[in-house]
Design a protein around this ligand. Structure first.
Ligand code: UFG
Length: 335
């Protein structure tokens, strides 16, 4: 069975590629390397000792992307490709809408034209109105605080409408919570350009000495220690969630949204301390003002994922931090 991964050279895409190859799937990667490194492809091959085809292509470019569908008989698409920086999305909304929505629309048009029926989409907990509840179920009201989140919510709607119009489609919208960590080999990992926006890559760069100290955004939240609480999930668990979704697609039509999280929240300070323990490095930090748009606390309801995918996260926070450190230590300058 051949699986097409758009954005397959990215952080989550590359980890999913490894798990798919290990399970014997044939994969095709389509990526324009706008926010990823072509070296990732060789790393995936080294880890798995398997090979695969890749296309350097912008998935929002219909004519260029169509060549992939002409050449490859695709069974299922996993659609990771998209811009993902929350702050940047607020500054450059048109760039985010144009890129992320055109990619989704182009993909669905090509799936319909070439009879590809199954698709798994990288959505986000950013689609939830996280001010209304801490435990977010798939029934929690939807609303976004930034353009990135809206591109995910609008893409979800586009997929739902496509599935309503074409009853042969099978769509799984996976709402990721906070993916962290890396493959146990330390050969692939989260490698943001410039100064990281997300907590874990910032911490690993402090630990390796590239950044001086962490700014903890706010210590007056309504949480157990005053710092923000999130549901961090090991990227390998997340990758395995996609494989469970491939099986689900084979037996169900229509569109469904499913959370991928652990159901457990950790505060920023708990993460700092878990990372210090796993790495043996001290992480200097200062408290600074809250970051606009952040909320106190939220975590995933994991019931639906267990019920319909038979999937649940297995790795704990120690393994998440240790593997994030292993990646950074082995790749102090990234790829
Ligand atoms: N934080 C800091 N200092 C930093 C970075 C983050 O204190 O330098 C804190 C944040 O305030 C928050 C927590 O660490 O409390 C996690 O922040 P991240 O930026 O790592 O993650 P977010 O929860 O803000 O956002 C993540 C993804 C988004 C996605 C969102 C959905 O990065 O893509 O979850 O819930 F939209």
């Amino acid at each position: 069975m051949k699986i097409l991964l758009t954005g397959g050279a990215g952080y989550i895409g590359s980890h999913t590629a490894v798990e798919l190859l290990n399970k014997g799937y044939e994969i095709v990667i389509a990526d324009n390397f706008s926010n990823s490194d072509p070296k990732v492809l060789d790393r995936i091959k080294q880890i798995t000792n398997k090979t695969f085809v890749h296309y350097e292509v912008d998935v929002s470019d219909y004519n260029a992307f169509e060549k992939v569908f002409i050449k490859e008989k695709i069974d299922t698409v996993i659609h990771f490709a998209g811009y993902k920086a929350v702050g940047e999305s607020v500054k450059l909304p048109m760039m985010y809408y144009e890129n992320n929505l055109m990619a989704t629309i182009t993909l669905i048009n090509l799936m319909n034209k070439y009879g590809v029926e199954n698709c798994i989409f990288s959505s986000s907990a950013a689609v939830y109105d996280s001010s209304v509840a801490r435990l977010l179920t798939e029934e929690t009201p939807l609303s976004c605080t930034n353009t990135y989140g809206y591109t995910k919510l609008m893409s979800e709607q586009i997929f739902k409408d496509a599935a309503r119009a074409n009853p042969r489609l099978s769509i799984v919208l996976l709402r990721y919570f906070n993916p962290i960590g890396s493959h146990e080999s330390g050969m692939i990992g989260d490698n943001p350009n410039g100064i990281p926006n997300n907590l874990l890559p910032f911490i690993t760069r402090v630990a390796i000495g590239k950044l001086e100290r962490l700014s903890v955004f706010g210590n007056d939240y309504d949480t157990r220690d005053g710092t923000g609480v999130r549901d961090y999930i090991h990227v390998v668990d997340l990758a395995l969630g996609h494989i469970a979704a491939i099986d689900y697609c084979k037996e169900h039509k229509g569109a469904i949204a499913i959370n991928l999280g652990t159901g457990k929240g950790y505060s920023v300070l708990e993460i700092v301390h878990a990372f210090e323990k796993a790495s043996g490095r001290k992480i200097p930090y200062v408290f600074t003002a809250r970051r606009e748009g952040d909320v106190d606390e939220y975590y995933a309801s994991t019931t639906l994922a267990k019920q319909v995918l038979g999937w649940e996260a297995k790795f704990g926070i120690e393994q998440m931090c240790a593997s994030a450190w292993n990646w950074q230590k082995q790749n102090p300058d990234g790829y």
